[in-house]
Ligand binder design. Structure first.
Ligand SMILES: Cc1ncc(COP(=O)(O)O)c(C=O)c1O
Length: 378
């Protein structure tokens, strides 16, 4: 075996010894599993209006965008989606990317000027971490949700441009960042606030407009919002929303926008249909919070260590990586799909099951799934 492949084999063995192997599993089209692992929070991925809108655009435009929007042109599907995203989020403008990951990379790169300091929460998603790294800016990582530490980091760089970078609902533990307080310390020092609203869009705020809107920060000139269109909107793609001048800057200079084939028009059209449904889904949001409360109560009553979720992500601590893997496998064998998060995909050294609650799962199946998780706990 070639040396480099032997080296990869040794690294795979080390991961296996640490209980950190990752394996792809097949997912049939008629999957019967109860899904507490995906992010289709409102069950819109398979909604008939969503699939019909995507199918119509698929027939009209074909499978892919066939190039970037600057090269191939910007379709009505992209324009209409962006206009409604901006209206929903309460910002001047919005720009769609082909994934939430690329939206974060693009937004961070575009926010950085010479001497910019980025102040990034320790629990931030990998796409924000990579965005900070790729921007080339000096980055201070502050303890999770620690507003004083953010203020101290900003104070340590007087006169320098700065951006405070945070998720709203954190993707592993499901807790909400102190957005209003972060904004006020950022504003005091003339810094910007970048919020990744991925796990709140469609779930919290007025008509599901997200946690930035819920915190009264929508449309503030020093706030930039990013989100993925792949969670409550059930599709794919990402968005950066903020002042019109910033969106123009992204269109003209954003490398992950310019040098990336655009989001397929069919996906843009499907996501647009999902957006309209999500806005009108207060009933599903109420059902979700009811289910989250039920799950937390039931799991805690069984003696499990459970996070305090502010939306629909629940984290349940496992004794270690192997125990987490076995627990998730037991759940799967009994028809329940759960997320199994182990280092390095966790912000600390703890392994967990990550449950994502979806209003699209039948209520009885959801309640049975809780029983399965409790019964198979290590
Ligand atoms: C907080 C957060 N930001 C960004 C992303 C990336 O979005 P996408 O999957 O659309 O690339 C994810 C997960 O997928 C996420 O959880």
């Amino acid at each position: 075996m070639a040396d480099w492949l032997a080296a990869l084999d040794r690294r795979a063995e080390l991961r296996a010894k640490a209980g950190l192997t990752r394996r792809l599993r097949p997912r049939p089209a008629d999957d019967q599993m109860t899904d507490l692992a995906g992010n289709d929070y409102l069950g819109l991925a398979t909604h008939p209006e969503v699939t019909a809108a995507a199918t119509a655009a698929l027939s009209a435009y074909g499978l892919g965008a066939t190039g970037s929007r600057l090269v191939r042109g910007s379709t009505d599907a992209h324009r209409a989606l962006e206009e409604d995203l901006a209206r929903w989020l309460g910002t001047d403008s919005a720009l769609v990317f082909s994934s939430g990951y690329l939206a974060n990379l693009g937004a961070l790169r575009a926010l950085v000027q010479p001497r910019t300091l980025l102040v990034s929460d320790a629990h931030n998603h990998a796409s924000l971490i990579d965005g900070c790294r790729l921007s080339g800016a000096e980055t201070v990582v502050t303890p999770h949700a620690d507003v004083d530490a953010v203020a101290a980091a900003l104070a340590s760089a007087p006169g320098r441009p700065a951006v405070v970078v945070t998720e709203s609902i954190f993707s592993v533990d499901g807790d909400l960042a102190p957005l209003a307080r972060l904004h006020s310390v950022a504003r005091r020092d003339g810094a910007l606030l970048l919020v990744d609203d991925a796990h709140a869009l469609g779930l919290t705020g007025p008509a599901g407009a997200g946690a930035v809107a819920a915190s009264g920060l929508a449309g503030e000139p020093d706030v930039v919002v990013t989100a993925t269109l792949s969670k409550a909107l059930g599709g794919a793609g990402g968005v950066v929303a903020g002042p019109a001048e910033f969106v123009r800057h992204l269109i003209e200079t954003g490398r992950t926008f310019i040098f990336d084939t655009a989001l397929p028009p069919a996906v843009a059209a499907g996501v647009h249909a999902a957006l309209r449904l999500a806005q009108a889904s207060d009933d599903l949001r109420a059902e979700l919070s009811d289910r989250v409360a039920l799950a937390v109560g039931r799991l805690r009553a069984a003696g499990l260590t459970v996070s305090a979720p502010d939306a629909a992500v629940i984290s349940v601590t496992a004794p270690g990586p192997e125990a987490a893997t076995d627990w998730a496998a037991d759940c799967r064998d009994r028809g329940v799909a759960v997320g199994c998060f182990r280092p390095p995909s966790t912000p600390d050294s703890r392994s967990r099951l990550r449950l994502t609650v979806s209003a699209g799962v039948p209520r009885a199946a959801f309640e049975r799934a809780l029983d399965v998780i409790v019964d198979s706990a290590p």
